[in-house]
Write a protein that binds this ligand. Structure first.
Ligand code: FUC
Length: 743
């Protein structure tokens, strides 16, 4: 008896502790709304585990979660196809439909969504998340009164197959026109007094009735038989077995375990970076997110700026996880079987922009889906490339790409060379030599070989890329600046890779010689950086692509310290292009201005970016901004702008592309006081802490992961080891060493 009392007491204590351990949500990391979403694109909140993702509407009597799985694609090696919607989950619940205190929120610190409301005196609470370790979506419904839940759960296949009963739940499956097999299944567990019944829906399908349940949990998973192996014809394990296994394993765990595993996994990545760009007033911070975006035009709200930064990191963790496919034009969220631009992998800015944030904001693991994707494409792209350019080695790509190597629109000849930048950058940030040797180097080299064979030699020895096109305007001709600059970047990355590994010296020297002979960027008649070899740039041209500035960002051929004249010309071009544009284009411009060390101009664009855009707008040339759910508006929604924004903020605070760590290189006046923890720099360095006050750097902690010299350019004098040091400082570091500077 005494034992039992003691046991109950301990159990109570344990529950109390778990409850107490749950930190209060950090208001700076919340998106929230005071009403359910009515529109998928602009209001629903996304969640995902890199494979399965959902858009949550949060309705009270009718919940709707539209879901996706990242490999559900039509098309093949020849046809581009399109990324597909997977299905919908509808949960109709009995209630008055007139709830009080409604709130739905997305908590970025936990990657969970909560929906709370009171109906007839009963407090209802839902919590949703997508777990990477458990590979499932988890939806939990609770209330503070017994038997509060009565309702119906329905599942819908976006390709119209019939939903059938399954073990404790429902399932559907089918094949797309390309033969890709898919399967989705869910299980429902009720808790306490109620029960659930799986039965016919009266229309030939299946539904689940929930009766008098105290609470219930739905776990859902979906898969296809896609494999990223061309050798197995892009098909692998059948989806049914995979989903059943995942569901069975998840069903064995209770909700708290599933949640704890999810939090441990997610927070390991997310919490590496903390940002504070200044505090707004508390009243503003407490407003629903859409209201904050509206207010932003009148009242400064630095916390909204940092929220958008962390939201981008949340999106990458949710749509790009090791073992999966890269984030596409919409990450992995897509409700249409005919989405804008196929929701594909565009190679002339978009997929690259999706990954600009990965290394600098300490999400190197999330970079791998893209790097693995590039690797998986090699053989099929070699065949495609040979058809177009007989006799060449290596490979390149067209602009629109799917997951089977199929492609469409025009050849984007430097596309694969731009891919190489990411292959190289993963090494540059991590200094992981084994990765470079065993994975990266061969890819870099074969793409160099493509250009070795494809470049055209003029009688004076100048090398030009034949028949190029500056995205997406102007004539098709030789020596387009976009092509030339990306090839320069490719050759530079190759040369450095060969040097690091100490291999292929003769070929490395040949590539250095080719690089020396490349046609270089030129300054034109109005002081601009020429987009073409012929000086024909139009000062009125507002085109969203500013691809001839690649060398400034994300390239490193032009910088204000190494090539000041070209940097000045880039500035002239950028000024002429103007500040307003589409979503991703504005994000790119933030990065350009940051590289020009003009923080106030970068901030002006950041300001334009944070503009609430209405729902129906479609404009591929201008009108970018964000929606109420913080998704970036091209318009319509395109995720590259969200990711490019994060990279832009990071570039304003830290740069390392020239081999020197530049601290606060483009700090705007608006961010006089702030801090950031956890950014990464090339050379294997982590800025564990950086704080500034009144525009001056006051504290800097650098962690060296692999040792070596760390060159610094500081915005002001700091003390190191008790002594004042100048703005240029070179630090000798040891692997694992931590170095603290203060004022
Ligand atoms: C490029 C851009 C378009 C759009 C598309 C997905 O072609 O020019 O604006 O972003 O990609």
């Amino acid at each position: 008896m005494i034992r039992r009392i003691l046991y109950s007491f301990l159990l109570l204590l344990a529950c109390k502790l778990t409850y107490a351990q749950q930190p209060a949500p950090n208001a700076n990391l919340l998106l929230w709304d005071d009403k359910p979403a009515t529109a998928w694109m602009t209001e629903a909140y996304p969640m995902g585990n890199g494979r399965v993702g959902g858009m949550v509407f949060g309705g009270v009597t009718e919940e709707h979660i539209q879901f996706n799985e990242i490999s559900l694609w039509t098309g093949d090696e020849k046809e581009t196809g399109a990324y597909q919607a997977f299905g919908d989950l509808f949960i109709s619940l009995k209630g008055t439909g007139q709830p009080e205190n409604y709130r739905r929120q997305l908590d970025l610190s936990r990657a969970t969504q909560q929906i709370t409301y009171t109906d007839k005196g009963i407090n209802f609470k839902r919590e949703y998340f997508c777990s990477f370790p458990a590979k499932v979506m988890v939806l939990r419904f609770t209330a503070d009164r017994k038997g509060a839940y009565n309702g119906i759960i329905k599942l819908n296949d976006a390709h119209k197959s019939v939903v059938e009963p399954a073990d404790m739940g429902m399932r559907f499956s089918g094949k797309l026109e390309n033969g890709l097999a898919y399967y989705a299944g869910l299980q429902v567990k009720t808790e306490g007094s109620g029960y659930m019944v799986v039965g016919p829906d009266g229309k030939g399908g299946t539904q689940i009735n929930i009766k008098d349940a105290d609470s219930f949990t739905i776990i859902l998973s979906a898969a296809t038989d896609y494999s990223n192996q061309r050798a197995s014809k892009w098909r692998g394990e059948a989806p049914e077995g995979k989903v059943k296994q995942v569901l069975a394993a998840a069903a064995k765990q209770n909700y708290q375990q599933l949640l704890a595993d999810h939090l441990a996994d997610y927070q390991k990545l997310f919490s590496r970076v903390a940002i504070d760009l200044g505090k707004g007033d508390a009243k503003t911070a407490a407003l629903p997110t859409y209201q904050r975006i509206i207010n932003y035009k009148k009242t400064p709200d630095a916390q909204l700026e940092s929220l958008l930064f962390q939201f981008g990191r949340y999106l990458l963790i949710s749509s790009s996880r090791k073992g999966g496919l890269p984030a596409n034009l919409q990450g992995l969220w897509n409700e249409s079987n005919n989405p804008p631009w196929r929701s594909d992998y565009h190679s002339n800015i978009n997929i690259q922009m999706n990954y600009w944030l990965a290394e600098p904001t300490n999400l190197a693991e999330c970079h791998f889906p893209y790097l693995d994707y590039i690797n998986s494409m090699r053989e099929v792209k070699k065949d495609n490339t040979k058809e177009q350019y007989p006799g060449v080695r290596g490979w390149t790509v067209k602009t629109e790409n799917n997951i089977f190597g199929g492609e469409s629109f025009l050849w984007n000849t430097p596309g694969s060379a731009w891919y190489v930048q990411d292959i190289w950058e993963h090494y540059a940030f991590t200094r992981d030599k084994a990765y470079l040797k065993n994975f990266g180097y061969a890819i870099i080299k074969e793409i160099v070989e493509f250009w070795d064979d494809h470049l055209k030699k003029r009688p004076d020895g100048t090398l030009v890329a034949p028949d190029g096109w500056s995205p997406e305007h102007g004539p098709h001709e030789d020596g387009v600046t976009y092509d030339q600059e990306i090839i320069y970047d490719l050759f530079t990355n190759y040369i450095e890779a060969a040097d690091v590994l100490g291999v292929d010296k003769p070929y490395r020297d040949h590539v250095a010689d080719m690089r020396a002979h490349l046609l270089k960027p030129k300054i034109g008649k109005w002081g601009q950086l020429q987009e073409w070899e012929t000086d024909r740039d139009d000062q009125q041209d507002k085109h969203r692509h500013a691809s001839h500035l690649f060398a400034l960002h994300p390239g490193r051929q032009i910088s204000i310290s190494t090539t000041p004249d070209l940097a000045k010309a880039a500035r002239v071009s950028l000024e002429a292009r103007g500040d307003e544009s589409t979503g991703w284009s504005m994000a790119w411009k933030m990065n350009f201005w940051a590289r020009l060390h003009d923080g106030d101009h970068a901030y002006r664009i950041l300001n334009n970016f944070i503009t609430l855009v209405g729902g129906s707008g479609v404009d591929y040339n201008e009108g970018g901004g964000i929606y109420a759910n913080l998704f970036c508006a091209h318009p319509p929604f395109q995720i590259d702008g969200n990711f490019g924004y994060v990279a832009g903020v990071a570039e304003m605070l830290l740069q390392s592309q020239t081999g020197t760590l530049e601290l606060l290189p483009a700090l705007p006046k608006a961010w006089q006081t702030g801090s950031i923890k956890g950014l990464r720099a090339r050379g294997g360095f982590e800025i564990s802490d950086m704080q500034w006050k009144a525009g001056k750097l006051t504290r800097l902690v650098i962690k060296s992961t692999t040792g070596g010299d760390c060159k610094l350019r500081l915005p002001n004098v700091l003390k190191y080891g008790g002594k004042a040091i100048g703005k240029q400082y070179s630090l000798k570091t040891k692997p694992g060493g931590v170095y603290t500077f203060s004022n």
